[in-house]
Design a protein around this ligand. Structure first.
Ligand code: D6G
Length: 841
């Protein structure tokens, strides 16, 4: 009998991991040892696993350097239109493996480490996630950077280098506990500080109106120190830049003008200024009007615009340097994309620079501003929309408030001329909201100050036009567009699921990695027995691997033949983790009622972080862990149902969980989830979806074919009709016995015997105050779950649907999304350029 292949040997056979040429491996070993010695200053007697990770990271990084310098040089030489993606979040996750994938170095590095007696996967586990995001919006920005580099766009990501990213979630006695994410503690090998590009950013002060213009004076200055991270394209030798700003107090901070507390106190107070980039606000889809957050938003915008204008003014053609002074060409050279309203201050800041500093007339400046900026909306939830109190604005950014008033005055004038006498319309469309507290509506500012406004899935873009931005759509229909979100197939297939990438590549070649639409060709293999077997086998291997992780972590015995039913995303009422809970409880009750029936076994996993201040979300986590405690310890249930709360869900855990999932739960109330991108990751990795007709689910079902999709629940129209009629939770509760039983159990302490009223707030909300109408979809959801269970009993039928889903997932590549932004909004074309490989070392 031949020896089974080791993990290492199995990986070697996978071609998508790049070639492991002999010279390549020898060089990598030499350079690894060189870095261990000269960079880490260690030898193998004392080196830790982390030292080995850093040595490998530096070895891989060396391969980026020449490509990075060359790419940036070519941007100065060719002077193409540049795209600036401004975002308060870039949820990058880990970088080492992604770099190896994009540079085709993975197999060679694996071999080099193997020959040195090291396990590359173990070293990879030493890397911290760059968790500079909350969820979908931040991860989208990260996927977009990969696609922009892979398509050869001259583009940049601009954001904040938070010292602390999204908190680490611990579960203690069933409750979420937050821990600070000190991700930079051991250093970050992927960033390069650029103190030579430091920029001043002003705050507070007042304005002075002089005959020759307006001055913003008596300000406090904080310095913005940029850190550059390389963003490699997929095997095209292009390396773009993500530039993240860190706050630094100037040397004379608090010493120049107010030397009150003396020197020591002034030095201690530098912290106050530097707090600006200290920590990411951990809210997803929720606006918290804190001064420090407004400071962060202005900080990134002011520093970035200075960089954009410097680059616009100076372009080097070969050895010649030209200085541009004519700003009317700015929109031909610069596109600024606003990732939600968070960087909306780019609009008044650009106006301030053009009018106050560059002395352009207002009309001219405004025309340039609108042509340069574009705005992406990510949500219709009212609690997520940014509405800053005027007082705060006035104190922190007095000049910007004046500019916004002027923008608004002209905006209202235009409305008044288009709709004479329509006073209510003026009120609805104003950027300034009256009321007990006056506020600036940032979405209105963004729409007016941009030439394009887009939603992130077809249904969401339609809802924007029909409801929240209806008035604006009526006035300027040409601005409104849709750009359905996408995910990068490099990280979310090749990197996290090499087994699946390989069985696909064996059938249709490797071109799908750059051109995901080619997955359509897999429809030809839907009846191919060998392909069905291969797809099912990869899934089973991924499940077994994840089961080992789960058993180690949660001390629960996992049945690897059970359906892995997964809902991972931020915890939020609108995402309806509670509906999932009701399914779990009902399934449990059914097993208990008929213990001898042939139930389709499930391992149900739910994971996600709750915003630290969101009480209901934290209670939802407690309910999930409480249900798990009862269900997992019930001998009658045995291995037919397990409930696991996946602790600390983040990019890295997604990369492990998604390839191992059978069923993806996408069950938000129709009309609430703008797009979703997790949904796409599951589809691409061979899970079937149970979902509502919400966000991108609608388009996913269309691409896969509705027969291959488990759709249930109210459509947007039904939800709207119910809002008119009124939603009565009690009616469902009293009519549906299994629902009543589940609610009575939660309310009566069945899952919290030591504290019977623990979940009274949740029950009250569900019964009397549920904005998201959980009960209204319960029956249909249960029926749909029964269909899922029935299909899972027929593995071949199941896998055929999986194949139809993978084959239909091509549309959801972020390469397609970015190509559309480039063509329809930015006015640039993907160059698909490949630079020649530099001589790296
Ligand atoms: C990156 C790579 C480095 C390049 C720099 C250009 O840090 O080689 O010189 O970007 O920065 P800008 O001049 O475009 O700001």
């Amino acid at each position: 009998m031949s020896k089974p292949l080791s993990d290492h040997d199995k990986k070697k056979q996978i071609s998508v991991r790049g070639l492991a040429g002999v010279e390549n491996v020898a060089d990598l070993k030499t350079n690894f040892n060189r870095h261990l010695h000269f960079t880490l200053v260690k030898d193998r007697n004392v080196a830790t696993k982390r030292d080995y990770y850093f040595a490998l990271a530096n070895t891989v990084r060396d391969h980026l350097v020449g490509r990075w310098i060359r790419t940036q040089q070519s941007y100065y030489e060719k002077d193409p239109k540049r795209v600036y993606y401004l975002s308060l979040e870039f949820y990058m996750g880990r970088t080492l493996q992604n770099t190896m994938v994009n540079l085709a170095l993975e197999n060679a590095c694996d071999e080099a480490m193997y020959q040195l007696g090291l396990d590359m996967e173990e070293l990879q586990e030493m890397e911290e996630d760059a968790g500079l995001g909350n969820g979908g919006l931040g991860r989208l920005a990260a996927c977009f950077l990969d696609s922009m580099a892979s398509l050869g766009l001259a583009s940049y990501g601009y954001g904040i280098r938070y010292e602390f990213g999204i908190f680490n979630q611990k579960i203690a006695n069933g409750w979420q506990v937050e821990e600070a994410d000190d991700w930079l503690r051991y250093g970050n090998p992927w960033e390069k500080a650029r103190p030579e590009y430091m920029r001043p950013v002003q705050f507070y002060g007042r304005t002075e109106h002089h005959p020759d213009g307006i001055k913003w004076v008596d300000t406090q200055v904080v310095l913005a120190l940029p850190y550059d991270t390389p963003v490699p394209g997929y095997r095209n030798n292009i390396v773009n830049t993500m530039r993240l700003w860190s706050a630094k107090a100037p040397c004379d901070f608090n010493l120049k003008d107010f030397n009150v507390g003396g020197y020591i106190q002034a030095v201690l107070d530098r912290n106050l200024a530097e707090n600006i980039s200290r920590v990411l606000y951990p809210n997803d889809n929720f606006f918290e009007g804190k001064e420090l957050r407004l400071k962060q938003e202005y900080f990134v915008v002011a520093a970035t615009l200075q960089d954009i204008i410097r680059r616009f003014k100076t372009s080097k053609f070969g050895s010649r340097e030209t200085v541009r002074t004519d700003f009317s060409t700015l929109p031909e050279k610069v596109a600024i994309q606003l990732n939600d309203t968070h960087p909306a201050l780019a609009i008044p800041e650009l106006m301030r620079v053009l009018v106050d500093e560059e002395k352009l007339p207002w009309e001219k400046a405004w025309d340039i501003c609108v042509k340069t900026c574009a705005y992406t909306n990510h949500t219709v939830l009212p609690e997520a929309l940014e509405r800053w109190p005027i007082d705060l604005f006035h104190t922190l950014l007095p000049r910007h408030l004046e500019i916004i008033y002027e923008i608004n005055r002209r905006h209202l004038e235009r409305i008044a001329s288009l709709y004479p006498g329509d006073v209510d319309r003026l009120r609805r469309m104003s950027m300034i909201e009256e009321g007990s507290q006056k506020r600036v509506n940032m979405a209105h500012l963004c729409i007016v100050g941009s030439h394009a406004v887009n939603g992130v899935a077809r249904i969401h873009s339609d809802i924007l036009k029909a409801t929240v931005f209806k008035d604006f759509y009526e006035m300027d229909p040409h601005k409104f567009q849709n750009k359905t979100n996408g995910i990068t197939p490099r990280r979310w297939l090749v990197m996290c699921n090499p087994g699946l990438a390989e069985v696909i590549a064996e059938r249709i070649g490797e071109d799908f990695i750059r051109d995901l639409d080619q997955l359509q060709k897999l429809r030809n293999f839907v009846n191919d027995e060998a392909f069905i077997r291969d797809v099912a086998k990869v899934k089973q291997e991924n499940k077994l691997k994840f089961a080992v992780h789960l058993e180690e972590h949660y001390k629960v015995k996992i049945n690897p033949n059970s359906m892995f039913d997964v809902q991972v995303k931020r915890i939020h009422e609108y995402k309806r983790q509670l509906l999932n809970c009701l399914h779990i409880i009902t399934f449990y009750n059914r097993i208990k009622k008929e213990p001898n029936k042939e139930w389709t076994p499930r391992t149900i996993m739910i994971g996600g972080k709750a915003a630290p201040g969101y009480h209901t979300a934290k209670m939802i986590i407690r309910l999930i862990t409480a249900i798990g405690e009862v269900v997992n310890n019930d001998p009658v249930v045995d291995d037919r149902l397990k409930v696991i709360f996946l602790e600390n869900y983040r990019v890295t855990l997604a990369e492990k969980a998604i390839p191992a999932s059978d069923l993806s739960e996408q069950i938000s109330t129709a009309g609430t989830e703008a797009s979703g991108t997790g949904n796409m990751k599951f589809m691409l990795n061979g899970a079937l979806t149970i979902g509502t007709m919400d966000g991108a689910n609608v388009e996913m079902a269309e691409e896969a074919g509705e027969d291959n999709f488990f759709i249930f629940g109210m459509r947007v129209d039904d939800v709207e009709a119910m809002d008119v009629k009124g939603y009565n939770a009690f009616e469902y509760y009293s009519r549906i016995p299994e629902l009543k039983q589940a609610i009575d159990q939660i309310a009566g302490g069945f899952f919290s015997p030591k504290q019977p009223d623990l979940f009274k707030d949740i029950v009250n909300m569900l019964m009397h105050n549920d904005r998201f109408k959980v009960f209204a979809d319960y029956e249909d959801y249960m029926k749909c779950q029964e269909k899922v269970s029935a299909l899972y009993k027929k593995p071949k039928e199941w896998t055929k649907k999986v194949i139809m889903n993978i084959a239909g997932s091509g549309k959801f590549s972020s390469d397609r999304t970015i190509a559309q932004y480039a063509h329809d909004i930015w006015g640039v074309e993907p160059t698909l350029e490949k630079l020649a490989a530099p001589d790296d070392l």
